[in-house]
Design a protein around this ligand. Sequence first.
Ligand code: CO
Length: 293
Amino acid sequence: MNIEDYKRAGKIVAETREYAKKLVKIGGSLLEATEMIEQKIIQLGGKPAFPVDMSINNIAAHYSATINDKTIFQDGNLVKVDIGVHINGSIADTAISIDLGNNKDLIKAAETALDEAVKLTKPGTKIFEIGQVIQETIQGFGFSPVRNLSGHGLELYKVHTKPNIPNINNHDDSLLKEDQVIAIEPFATDGAGLIIDGKPSEIYELLNKKPVRSQGSRKILDFIDKEYKSLPFNKRWLLKKFNNMEVTLALNSLEREGILHQYSILPEKNNGIVSQAEHTIIVRDNPIIITNI
Ligand code: CO
């Protein structure tokens, strides 16, 4: 594990997260804010580990601006900004909730749950203990944790690996291990506490590279493999390099052949408002929160 790369990625993502707070304003464009944040990451010497997500209100996660996105931030919105940065594949993943309305308590619930979970993060902690403290903290605020979304391990060029870090007590009594890199991400809601699969997000990930016959698809697949490896990317990014026709054809056929996986946008089951907070941590006796400034 390259600790210096993790720390650099963490510093860049933390600075970018502070920058994002200034961009999410009533009347502002989601697409513009997203692209400014992605550019900021590059200016600071990092690379986006996935397209910046800005999920509003009842959308819990996996909404990233599309190329012609017309979304404008509205009075009353709760905007979750989820940002990932990598340095040579070492990833820092963080998220905040920005309140353009009246959701202070809901946001406080996710943030406090994250703080409490971080306090327990050390080698030997049982996985369910993290979930339990998140669940109890959020319920203490009168809300529900989103129980089918969870934190995750991080490995080189991989955003979602073991262990699964639950937002409820899932009775997993396996232990956190020294030098594991994990993201803890409580989600709180006034809805059912469940997300369902929504519309396609145009965010993809390379699952298994195999030979493809079409020359157009092969060109785009080679680009994806070289630029993003196993990290998520989206159609908007590809459209900066290739034309719409070739990108659309290639993405459709690569998805159909099982080479790419496309993520779904994740709305809350009862359309409850959802808040989120997230840090990436290196598990040690004195844990290193790399996404703190
Ligand atoms: Co995450």
